[in-house]
Design a protein around this ligand. Structure first.
Ligand code: HMG
Ligand code: MG
Length: 308
């Protein structure tokens, strides 16, 4: 039997956060429903970040309200930057929502400052105010590290630096939570500059058991190398990948308005790559095609409204 790979679909969050236009909540919910229907494993639904920083996701409460009744895969995750965001998250958990928590820092100081107005160390101290609490409740937690290959402001990032940040993040988790599989570390090639050799050098910093159990690769397709990087990840034993329907997305602080950071690896490319390498993922490719067309159409509509 083919080895199973886990896919997190990030279009509703990473895909839409960088759009100049605001996508209506109903369109986001329809997209989320279509993606769930494709049988992806997880969907990153939205962010409880400051709406002043990311107005595109200011409707996060309405999005989570609509999906909170669902208790079967896909599991929904929400990005949270601080205790204020966690309080918003917790209020849904208290009402029975089956959510995963995602927090984010970076391997580059400049990127961390621009993205969250905090140093890497301070961002991890912010997480200490609520990540242990989430784990104690049995909530799974994703720990993102951005700029694991290079930073738009600082250039190349040493793999050793990424490993140090990962170790600091792991200090948030008691051993028992790690043993229960509640923690994952998501390595983001935020600006999509990685080549397979970079991915292999990065992953070599981690033990084989960590690579296969806890690491996620979050690839952006700037130079059309994301599929090759997926192959490198698979070769190194990684079993979890992020992708975005229609390849939407990019981080709002990774580029500039004139030169925005390119999108995530398209889910269709990820699925095709996994299949060609003999891995299984359970995604319905026809439904994915329809969902991807819809994702592209709502973004195109919002862009057209911006112009007119
Ligand atoms: P700050 O301005 O330093 O914080 O932002 P603040 O405490 O001064 O707050 C500013 C205002 O926001 C205040 O409102 C707060 O109350 C409010 P005011 O008093 O002025 O009316 N506020 C909040 N409101 C709602 N929810 C909250 C919240 N926090 C503060 N949680 C902060 C610091 C971290 C909040 C801000 O920098 C922020 O929200 N950053 C998020 C940026 C973001 O979402 N970036 C994209 C995600 S990362 C990414 O995409 C990379 C990834 O995909 C991986 C990869 O590709 O590599 C994950
Ligand atoms: Mg991203």
């Amino acid at each position: 039997m083919s080895a199973r790979v886990i896919i997190t679909e990030v279009a509703p969050r990473d895909g839409l956060q960088n759009e100049a236009g605001v996508i209506p909540t109903d369109d986001k919910l329809r997209l989320i429903g279509m993606l769930a229907d494709c049988a992806v494993d997880e969907i990153e639904a939205t962010s409880f970040v400051s709406p002043k920083w990311v107005p595109q996701l200011a409707d996060a409460e309405a999005v989570v309200e609509a999906i909170m009744g669902r208790k079967q895969p896909p599991r929904y995750s929400v990005l949270v930057p601080n205790k204020r965001g966690f309080d918003r998250f917790q209020s849904f958990v208290d009402r029975g929502a089956w959510l995963k928590l995602a927090v984010f820092t970076a391997a580059s100081e400049s990127f961390s400052q621009k993205n969250t107005n905090a140093s890497i160390e301070d961002s991890i101290e912010r997480f200490r105010e609520f990540v242990p609490d989430a784990l104690a409740q049995g909530i799974p937690v994703r720990l993102y590290i951005s700029c694991v290959i290079a930073c738009p402001y600082e250039g190349d990032i040493e793999p050793r630096r990424v490993r140090e940040v990962a170790d600091d993040l792991m200090s948030l988790a008691p051993q028992e939570s790690i043993d229960r599989g509640l923690i994952e570390i998501d390595l983001g090639d935020t600006i999509g500059v990685g080549a397979p050799a970079d991915i292999i050098a990065l992953l070599s910093e981690f033990d084989e058991s960590v690579r296969s159990q806890r690491l996620v690769l979050h690839l952006h397709d700037t130079h059309g190398r994301a599929a090759e990087c997926v192959r490198a990840g698979l070769q190194m034993g990684v079993k979890k990948f992020d992708s975005s329907a229609a390849g939407l997305g990019g981080c709002p602080f990774a580029g500039s308005p004139e030169n925005p950071a390119p999108g995530n690896i398209a889910t269709s490319i990820l699925v095709e790559t996994l299949r060609s390498e003999g891995f299984a993922c359970g995604v319905d490719i026809d439904k994915l095609r329809t969902a991807s067309e819809y994702a592209a159409s709502i973004v195109a509509r919002a862009r057209a409204q911006q112009v007119s």
